[in-house]
Design a protein around this ligand. Structure first.
Ligand code: MG
Length: 159
């Protein structure tokens, strides 16, 4: 059986927070607001995997009102979810993502981001792709008030 999953997330960009995308730290004057570390790309990926496996969503897995997840490492959250998805018999065919960000430039770090996601999931880099788009100066992404991410994954099960 194969199943597709879609994930989406948006985080505000604010002062005094770090900008982390796919587990990689970017140098920028603002960072993602959020209960966890705010890694918008890993959150979208986590939701895509959960959706494909029919296991719920990131909010039901890690309730934001639970203080346990305050400033949580999103890579750890994704590892936890991926372990459960694999335990249901699923393996990853591929994961394709879009990050929507005005600044800073994403391309110079794309290889790092793909390597980071592949390492978190324990898959080959050629199963992961991430492309970037700007917000064409239109709010909220284009005015650097927010960053968005979309992720689609395909899972297969031999069970
Ligand atoms: Mg989020």
């Amino acid at each position: 059986m194969i199943r597709i999953g879609l994930g989406y997330d948006l985080h505000r960009l604010v002062q005094d927070r770090r900008l982390i995308l796919g587990g990689v730290l970017f140098d920028f004057e603002k960072g993602e607001d959020g209960h966890s570390d705010g890694d918008v790309l890993l959150h979208a990926i986590t939701d895509a995997l959960l959706g494909a496996a029919g296991l719920g969503d990131i909010g039901s897995y890690f309730p934001p009102e639970d203080a346990k997840w305050k400033n949580a490492d999103s890579a750890e959250l994704l590892r936890t979810v991926w372990k459960d998805v694999k335990a249901e018999g699923w393996s990853l065919v591929n994961l394709d993502c879009v990050i929507k960000l005005e600044q800073p430039k994403f391309l110079p770090k794309r290889r790092d981001v793909i390597q980071s996601i592949a390492a978190i999931l324990g898959v080959d880099e050629n199963q992961i792709f991430v492309k970037a788009k700007t917000g064409e100066k239109l709010p909220p992404v284009g005015t650097s008030e927010a960053v968005e991410a979309y992720a689609v994954c395909l899972l297969e099960s031999l069970r």
